[in-house]
Every structure is written in structure tokens, then in C-alpha cells.
Write a protein that binds this ligand. Sequence first.
Ligand code: AMP
Ligand code: MG
Length: 426
Amino acid sequence: VPEPETPLAERPREDVERLLSVDDALARVLAMVAPLPVASLPLLDASGLVLAEDIVAPEDVPPFRNSAMDGFAVRAKDTAEARFDRPLTLRVHGTAAAGSTTRLAVAPGCAIRIMTGAPLPDGADAVVRFEETDEGRLNGPGVVGVLRSARPGDNVREAGEDIFRGTAVLPAGRALRAADLGQLAALGFTTAPVHRRPRVAILSTGDEVVEPGAPLPFGKIRDANATTLAALARGWGAETVALGIARDRLPELTERLTNAADADLIVTSGGVSLGDYDVVKDALRQSGEIAVWQVRMKPGKPLALGRVGGVPLLGLPGNPVAAAVSFVVFGRPAIRRLLGHADLQPRSVEATLIEPLDNRGMRRHYVRALLEPGADGGWTARPAGAQGAGVLSSLSRANALLVLPESIEQAEPGMTFRAILLDANA
Ligand code: AMP
Ligand code: MG
């Protein structure tokens, strides 16, 4: 058993007794972070990242007037007399293929065979689809029989009909989705100005914690948190840096934290409770600004906040569900702010409880829950299994965190609560 670095009697406890509401704790977390600097990233690397500037179209999309169908380019008024039972014949004066760079023209009484995406010949103002012609079958390939009159504009895509040059296409603050990136590509952009992706360094602590692939001697447990927390952070759009597992000793902890100098956020798990070997808080106290709080929530009461070498640090509890839930509640908004999102709220729905739940202690209780579609078009919620702070299997089973407010000691069937959706947030 390791000796704590500092004799127990000398270890300050006063700051770990500070009580904080979830909302106040979140405000303190958010005060530590700001949107990251802007970088010009290749479009595919910018996927999911937040645009830092308004984008104005530098050119028209499509760039030229073209055919929306395979058919014949015509002058609409030439086809006024065309009927299904009385085909109107036009002489075919060539073919316009997509990608062709020659400018063609349609003379009166003539048509040009045209493919989807080919430039519309000068003089033409409509395209008659193959299906509305005889495709040259009645009078030979040089003559087409038109079976229906065309109106100007039929099957024609105008230059700029999708995006006009000079219009605002994507606003700053927009999280770039696939179609946004495609639009930027269509406009000729190869990069996008976005807030760069946050680097989140993740450290596990505890003499009992070993790597998942290592032998498991008596008294040890495998590190679940590093994987859960990294997967969460990546799902929210961050890169992760693995700092490994630190023993419950100050020098090793501080040593590992020095590897986080270029991170945007350090996330630790364990070592922030009131136990004898909970040294994260001591380490942080040594390296400067740090506070340890007792947050009025369940699971996940202890929370450390501070900076190490200027990098913001979020110290989560060690129990796997407490760590994961605290990370959803505090880490996700912090990472979203670093990413440049304005909306930091989790996606949630209202759900009706169908089993009683007790909330003794009156903390904000994040209940691992199963949401199911209800009869009235809403959602029903019930616990997804045992709610112990270490029981990761019920978090794995849950599709939501049902939020019982601090003001409720006993929740009854029929009451409705907010439920944080885990598919989008965890
Ligand atoms: P602590 O907050 O360090 O006292 O840890 C609380 C509980 O969480 C203890 O039972 C630890 O063994 C457990 N724990 C801490 N870190 C991890 C981890 N990385 N993976 C799984 N369990 C952990
Ligand atoms: Mg520990």
C-alpha cells in the first residue's frame, strides 16, 4: 500500500466540502474554455466542425444553362402543334453530350439530341424528353417526331438556379454536414475556415487500475474509463490523446500531466473523492489553480476543475458511470464550446415515467433509462437496470438519461421528465 505523499492530517479538506449545483458547476466549466482558433482545413477534415466565417458564393451553381433530362433541345414555339397522335417532325442537327465544351445552336425547325447536364444550345429554350418523342424511330435518326408541345423552360436548368453568385450560402456557426461540404466543393472551395478540432487528453488514475490487455492480479480492475471517455470525446468531435494510467502518487501524476501540454482539455478520472489516496486534487493544488467540488448530482458527485500548465482540466469521479455521466453533463458542453458551437445543450425529449423512482438525497439524478414510443405519440421511460455508480452495463443498455430534478424526492408513474438522448450525446 503506497503512502500518501502528504500526511493525512496536513491534507486540506476544506475545498472538497464545497457544494455546488449542476448549473453552477457547468457555468464554472464553461468559463474555462473558449472557441479554438480558426484553421483552413481540407473539406473532408472539416466535416462536423463549425464554420468560423460566412460563406458567400463566388460563382453560379450550375455554372451554365443545361439540360435536366436526356432528350431533344428545341425552340418551344416550334413544337406548338405537336400531338401524341400527330407527331411534329424536327431535323436533328447533332448531339450535345455532358462535358462537351463546344457551343451548339438550334436553328428554327431543328432539334439537337441532348444529354442530362449538357449545355443548352443557343436558340433552344426547352428540352423534350426522349419519352415524349419517337426517338427518331418513325423517320430515321436524322428526324425526330415530337409527341407533345413544350413550354419555354421545360427541363432546363438555369445558370445559378441552385446558388446565385454573391448569395450567402452557409453562415458562421454552422456545423458542416455532408451536403454543406458538397456545396462548398460545387462552389470551387477545397478548404473551409473552421474552428480547429479540440485535442482532449485522457488520464486514468488509481493503483488498482490496469490496462485492459494486461494480466489481472487479485485486487486490480481493468481501466474502463479511458475507453468510455475517449469514445465519448471522439463522438462529440474531439481528437483524443491517451495519457495512460497514473498510480496514486503525486510525482507520477504530475509527470503524466506534463504530456498534456499541447492539449486543449485534460480529463482525468478517479482520485477526486475523499479517500486517502485520492491524489488528483493534491497534484492539482500543487500545480496551481484547482478546486474540488461536491456537485448536487447523482451519479458523479465529486468534480475537480482547474488548469495544469494553462490547460483546462476536468477531474471526473472514478466510478465508470459517474465518470461517463459527468462527462456528458460537463465535458460535452465544454468540448462543444471549444468546437465553436453556440448550442451547448444536449438533445432531449420529454418522457413519461412508467415506474416509481426514488431520489432520496434530492440531488439531480441522471437515471439510466429506456425510452420507448408511448401510445400518445410521446415517450415512456423506465430504468434500464441497476443504478449503482459503477454499473456500466445499465448505461450500455440505456438509450437516455432521465433527469430527476433536485426538488423531487419521489418520482411516480405518470410524471414527465426531460430525457437526454444518448444516441446523439453518448
Ligand atoms: P476513486 O474516485 O478514485 O476513489 O474511484 C472510485 C471507484 O471507481 C473505485 O472503485 C475505482 O476502483 C473505480 N475506478 C477508478 N478509475 C477507474 C477506471 N479507470 N476504470 C474503472 N473503474 C475505475
Ligand atoms: Mg482512485
